[in-house]
Design a protein around this ligand. Structure first.
Ligand SMILES: [Zn+2]
Length: 108
């Protein structure tokens, strides 16, 4: 399983504390979290329609990279940021996209 706080892998499934960040680990199944699914869906939709502006990154609190994505987009007539947004879209689908605070954002 993965730490919900820092996203690092925890080898022992019965662990109660993440050794990486020291946060308590909840044993609630992530599949039972509708808020997380909603967050993933919203990010995916934002990535599709407004991804070239980095809006999905702003939404996921990754403001630093979002600003870089927006700036590169403006400078390159959105050529670079459209490629970047496509990569982000694939990563979101694959469940390997991280939020600004280092959480993996997944469909489940
Ligand atoms: Zn952790």
């Amino acid at each position: 399983m993965f730490c919900p706080n820092c996203g690092s892998e925890i080898q022992n499934d019965s662990a109660v504390v993440c050794v990486n960040c020291g946060c308590a680990v909840s044993h609630r199944s992530p599949t039972a979290d509708p808020a997380q699914k909603k967050e993933w869906e919203t990010a995916l939709i934002l990535c599709i329609f407004l991804g070239v502006f980095g809006v999905h990154r702003f939404y996921l609190k990754d403001t630093k990279l979002a600003a870089v994505q927006l700036a590169l987009g403006l400078l390159s007539c959105f050529i670079i940021s459209s490629i970047w947004a496509t990569v982000d879209f694939v990563m979101l689908l694959a469940g390997s996209f991280k939020t600004g605070d280092g959480r993996l954002i997944t469909q489940n």
